[in-house]
Structure formats: structure tokens, C-alpha cells
Design a protein around this ligand. Structure first.
Ligand SMILES: [Zn+2]
Ligand SMILES: [Zn+2]
Length: 319
């Protein structure tokens, strides 16, 4: 089969021909139909996260399960294995399991023609979306959904960075009756136009204050300088959630920006319950994704486009 391999951080992905992977007990062989590209893939590629060694990236896998199940379509997310016995696993927080293995970092991922996954981390996908359009639900959608839950019940929600995650989450938030304010890089007309098309009450530059105070904000852009801006944009009691796995350093904060019970927190990974809940919710919204597809051999180009901010919506690799 063909696979796109990251040998070491800072190196471009390399097309490799290798044997199809073989399954162990409790694993499924998957024929990959599409795999979403996530900013986490870019952080791994660029050396901003620990990387254990040569690996096939990609953790938003839409695939046909070939073993044990006759050709059912499944999705495999970032969380690929957990220990099941630690205190986090036993308290409904397997997303924090210290022994967790992540798809496309600790386990070979979906930028390949075939992959293997633990059957407990393969999820049925909504039937209403084609393969490429379903792929962004598996991380962009799931992480956004978990981050929204951390916000409580905001009437006015700010989204900083309007890429793959925000363009899915705005649809969920609008369906729940929330007003959404979209913040993008200065002059990113494409992302602002998509935000308005998807129902944003306001779309503008991250440097601008929103027209009215927010109840909560989620920061998807990997930019620590957005943290004080978001804290100043939320009303007393407001919540700011950092939704990415990596962010540049947060500048010194004035305590006044946190005062009045504002909350600053991060959201990490996902649980299988998040996946089941979100994948059941998505078709009721119904979530529609805006995707740009790339052939498998051009996965590196997809990462380049994501890094340069040339994408509107989500990138998906199709083998
Ligand atoms: Zn991801
Ligand atoms: Zn555990």
C-alpha cells in the first residue's frame, strides 16, 4: 500500500510503499476512504509537539472496516487507545489517561490506503455525509463540541480562529440558538464570509472587540496573544476555552482581565462518550462541512496550505 510517512519533525511527509498493516486481537483492518487534516498534524510535522518517531500521520479516518464486519463505514478519531484502569479512565476522563495512545502520533494513522485501529475506538458515522465531508467531524467537530460543553450555556459565543473546528461548531451553536461572533486573522475575508454564511452575528479581526460582551469564547487559533484579548471580550463570569493542543506563549496577564470570576481553561483530546454523543448530534443539526480534498501523495501540500492560512474550511486527504 501507499502511505505518507513523517520521519522526523521538520521533514516533509514522504510517500512510501509498504506492506498492508496486520491486525492483532481486538483490532480492525481499515481501508481508508478519506482522512481529515488537523492542525495537530501540522504541529507534529513542524516539531511543536513531542513526536515518538517515524509515523503515518492522520487522525480523522473515514474507512471501511474489513475484518469482522462486512464493509461497515467507521470513523477513527485522535484517541486510539486508553488503559482503562487509571484514575482518569475510571472517572469518565479517559481523554486525560497518561498511557493514552493517539492515532497518527503513537499509532499509524490515516494518511495511507490501509490502517489498523482498536475496534473500541471505531465509531459508526452519520449516513448523510459523503466520506470527505464526514472526516472533519472526527477531530475538528469533536474537539469543538467538547470545548463548547466547557463553556456552559452561553447566549453569545465567540470563536477565535475560523477554520475546520469553528466552521463545524458554529452550526451546532446556531442550532442551539446561540449568537456566534467569529474572529479571524486581520483581512481574512474568506473565513469571515464563510462565518457569515453559516450564521455568525458578526465576523471581524481578532484585534477588534466584539460589538457586545460575550458569555464565552473558544480559541482555536494557536496564538497565545489571543488569550488576554478573549478574556477582555467576555463579560463577568465568562469562560475562555483554549481548544488547541499547542499554543504560542501567553503574554503576561493583568489580573483585572481575569477578575470577576472569568475562567480560563484548556480542553484536551476527547472521550469515546464525546464521540458517540457528537456523531449522533451532527445529523440532527444537520452539520455540513466545507472541505478541500487532496490526493494522498499531496498531503504535504495540504499541511502547507493549512500553515499559510490558504484554506477555507477543512482539508481532507483522499487515497
Ligand atoms: Zn486533531
Ligand atoms: Zn487510563
Amino acid at each position: 500500500m501507499r502511505a505518507m510517512v513523517l520521519d522526523a519533525p521538520g521533514r516533509p511527509l514522504r510517500l512510501e510503499r509498504r506492506d498492508r498493516p496486520t491486525t492483532g486481537p481486538g483490532q480492525r483492518l481499515l481501508r481508508v476512504r478519506a482522512c481529515g487534516v488537523c492542525r495537530t498534524d501540522l504541529h507534529l510535522r513542524d516539531g511543536e509537539l513531542p513526536f515518538p518517531g517515524p509515523r503515518v500521520l492522520g487522525h480523522q479516518i473515514v474507512a471501511t472496516a474489513l475484518d469482522g464486519d462486512d464493509g461497515r463505514r467507521v470513523g477513527v478519531p485522535w484517541l486510539g487507545w486508553t488503559c482503562g484502569t487509571c484514575s482518569w479512565c475510571r472517572s469518565g476522563r479517559e481523554n486525560l489517561c497518561p498511557r493514552a495512545r493517539f492515532t497518527g502520533r503513537d499509532l499509524d494513522g490515516g494518511f495511507a490506503e490501509y490502517a489498523v485501529a482498536d475496534e473500541r475506538f471505531c465509531f459508526p458515522l452519520p449516513d448523510d455525509l459523503p466520506d470527505a465531508q464526514a472526516a472533519p467531524l472526527l477531530c475538528a467537530g469533536l474537539i469543538g463540541f467538547r470545548a463548547l460543553r466547557m463553556c456552559g450555556d452561553p447566549a453569545r459565543l465567540g470563536l477565535y480562529g475560523f477554520g475546520a473546528a469553528a466552521h463545524v461548531l458554529i452550526q451546532v451553536a446556531r442550532a442551539q440558538g446561540r449568537e456566534v461572533f467569529a474572529f479571524t486573522r486581520e483581512g481574512d475575508e474568506g473565513a469571515q464570509a464563510l462565518a457569515r454564511e453559516l450564521g455568525a452575528a458578526w465576523a471581524g479581526s481578532s484585534e477588534e472587540p466584539p460589538p457586545e460582551p460575550l458569555d464565552a469564547a473558544i480559541i482555536f487559533a494557536p496564538v497565545g496573544a489571543l488569550v488576554p484579548l478573549a478574556l477582555r471580550a467576555v463579560a463577568p463570569g465568562g469562560v475562555v476555552v483554549c481548544g488547541g493542543i499547542h499554543m504560542s506563549d501567553i503574554p503576561a496577564l493583568a489580573y483585572a482581565d481575569l477578575w470577576e470570576e472569568r475562567v480560563l481553561r484548556s480542553v484536551a483530546n476527547l472521550t469515546r462518550d464525546d464521540a458517540r454523543e457528537f456523531l449522533a448530534l451532527a445529523p440532527t443539526v444537520p452539520v455540513r462541512t466545507h472541505v478541500t480534498t487532496y490526493p494522498l501523495a499531496r498531503a504535504e501540500t495540504a499541511l502547507d496550505d493549512l500553515r499559510a492560512g490558504r484554506l477555507v474550511g477543512a482539508a481532507v486527504v483522499v487515497p
